[in-house]
Design a protein around this ligand. Structure first.
Ligand code: NAP
Ligand code: F7E
Length: 331
C-alpha cells in the first residue's frame, strides 16, 4: 500500500488488480474502484492493442501490465509490481458459442487460468482477497425454477464446464489455504459496452442500424431462450461488496426476472417505434449444440446479507443500449 497526502492528513491508498480490464465489466469495475480511491492495475494481453476504447476516459489514471492467464510467470510478476490488496479475476474466453469451436483454449483460460492466478497469489501474498467471476452458465439445464447458491450444477457448454471448474477451485483454495477467495455467480449482465457478439448488443446495434437505414434485417438464433438480464454497473458493485464483506462466501448475483430473446427484440424495436416482426429472421445455424433454455436467479442471499440490489430495470437497460448505438452509428 502507498501513503498519499489528501486534504486533511493522510489516507491509505489500496491497490487492486483486475484481469479482463479491457472487457465490459473490467471497465465499469475500474471506474467504480477509482471512485473509491483505489490504485488500479490491470492485466492486458498484447492482442488487446485495438480494444482499449472502454478504458479511454480513465487510461491516464490506471496502470496496465502485459500478461496473460495462460502465462503463470506474467501473473506473479504483475502481482509483485502492483502489490494489490484485492484481485478481481474477470478475464475469460467468455462467449459461449466460441467454447464449442475452441474448447481447449476455453478450458485453458477460463478454467485453468483461475488456478494459475490463485497459485501466483497464494505464493506471493495469501492475505490478498480474490474475486472469481463465476457464471449462471454453471447451472445449465437447472432443476430449480430459480437458481440459488444451493442449486446443483449441470453445465451445458464447454464454457459452463470451465466456469464450474473455476467456481470449485476458488472454493477449494479458500478451504485448503484459508484464502479470502469468493465466487460471484453472475447472471447475464449487459450495457452499452457489451461485446457485439452477445445477443443484447447484437439486437441493440441491429435496431439502431435498421432505424438509420444501414441494415435491412436482424438475423437471430433461438428466440425462446430465457435469461435474467441485469446492468453491468450493478454487478461490478456486487463484486466489490463481496470482497469487502466480513467473511468470505459465494453469492448469486441476479435480478430475479427473466425475459425471452423475443421479448428483448420486441422491446428494442419498440424503442425506435418499429415492429420487430418485420425485421427479425431466425437462422437455425445460430442454434447452439446444447442450449440452456432458461435461467433466472435467486439473489436473496446477497440482498439480505450485503444489502446489494439491482438498480436498473430490463426495459431501461435495453433503451440505454439502443440509444447509445443510435448515437454511435449516426453519421
Ligand atoms: P468480456 O467483455 O468478454 O471480457 C473478457 C476479458 O478477458 C477481456 O478483457 C479479454 O481481453 C480478457 N481475456 C481473455 N482471454 C484472456 C487471457 N488469456 N489472458 C488475459 N485476459 C484475457 O467479458 P465480461 O462480460 O466483461 O465478463 C467478465 C467476466 O465475467 C468473464 O469472466 C465472464 O466469463 C464472466 N461473466 C460475465 C457475464 C456477463 O453476462 N457479462 C455473466 C457471468 C459471468 P481482450 O480485450 O484482450 O480480449
Ligand atoms: O446469449 C440466444 C442464445 O450470447 C443469450 C455470457 O456473458 O451470459 C452470457 O452468455 C441467449 C442464448 O449470452 C442469438 O442462444 C438467440 O440462449 O447473449 P448470449 P449467454 O450465452 O447467455 C453468461 C451468464 C456468461 O457467463 C457468458 O460469459 O440468446 N440467442 N439468438 C443468441 N445469442 C447470440 N449470442 N446471438 C444470437 O444471434
Amino acid at each position: 500500500c502507498v501513503l498519499s497526502e489528501s486534504g486533511r492528513g493522510f489516507c491509505l491508498t489500496r491497490s487492486a488488480l483486475i484481469t479482463g480490464i479491457t472487457g465490459q465489466d473490467g471497465s465499469y469495475l475500474a471506474e467504480l474502484l477509482l471512485e473509491k480511491n483505489y490504485d488500479i492495475h490491470g492485466v492486458v494481453r498484447r492482442s488487446s492493442g485495438q480494444r482499449m476504447e472502454r478504458l479511454e476516459s480513465i487510461l491516464p489514471r490506471i496502470t496496465l501490465h502485459d500478461g496473460d492467464l495462460l502465462d503463470s510467470g506474467s501473473l506473479l510478476r504483475i502481482l509483485e509490481k502492483s502489490n494489490p490488496v484485492e484481485v478481481y479475476n474477470l478475464a475469460a474466453q467468455s462467449f459461449v458459442p466460441a467454447s464449442w469451436t475452441q474448447p481447449i483454449l476455453t478450458g485453458d483460460v477460463t478454467a485453468l487460468g483461475v488456478t494459475r492466478m490463485l497459485e501466483a497469489l497464494r505464493h506471493f501474498n495469501p492475505a490478498i482477497r480474490f474475486f472469481q467471476a463465476s457464471s449462471s452458465e454453471i447451472f445449465g439445464q437447472a432443476l430449480d425454477k430459480k437458481q440459488s447458491e444451493q442449486t446443483a450444477l449441470r453445465p451445458r457448454s464447454p464454457y459452463g464446464v470451465a466456469k464450474a471448474y473455476g467456481h470449485f477451485i476458488t472454493i477449494n483454495y479458500r478451504e485448503s489455504y484459508d484464502l479470502f477467495a469468493v465466487s460471484g455467480i453472475l447472471f447475464n449482465h449487459e450495457s452499452p459496452r457489451r461485446g457485439h457478439e452477445f445477443v443484447s448488443r447484437k439486437v441493440s446495434r441491429g435496431v439502431a442500424a435498421i432505424k438509420l437505414g444501414l441494415q435491412e434485417k436482424l438475423i437471430l438464433g433461438n428466440l425462446n431462450a430465457e435469461r435474467d438480464w441485469g446492468h453491468a454497473r450493478d454487478y461490478v458493485h456486487a463484486m466489490w461488496m463481496m470482497l469487502n464483506q466480513k467473511h468470505p462466501r459465494d453469492y448469486v448475483v441476479a435480478t430475479g426476472k427473466k425475459y425471452t430473446v423475443r421479448d428483448l427484440a420486441k422491446i428494442a424495436f419498440a424503442c425506435v417505434d418499429l415492429d420487430w416482426e418485420r425485421f427479425v429472421e431466425v437462422d437455425p445455424a445460430l442454434y447452439r449444440p446444447a442450449e440452456v433454455d432458461a435461467l433466472c436467479g435467486d439473489s436473496s442471499s446477497i440482498q439480505s446479507e450485503l444489502g446489494w440490489q439491482p438498480d436498473s430495470g430490463f426495459e431501461d437497460l435495453i433503451q440505454e443500449m439502443v440509444l447509445s448505438d443510435l448515437k454511435s452509428l449516426t453519421p
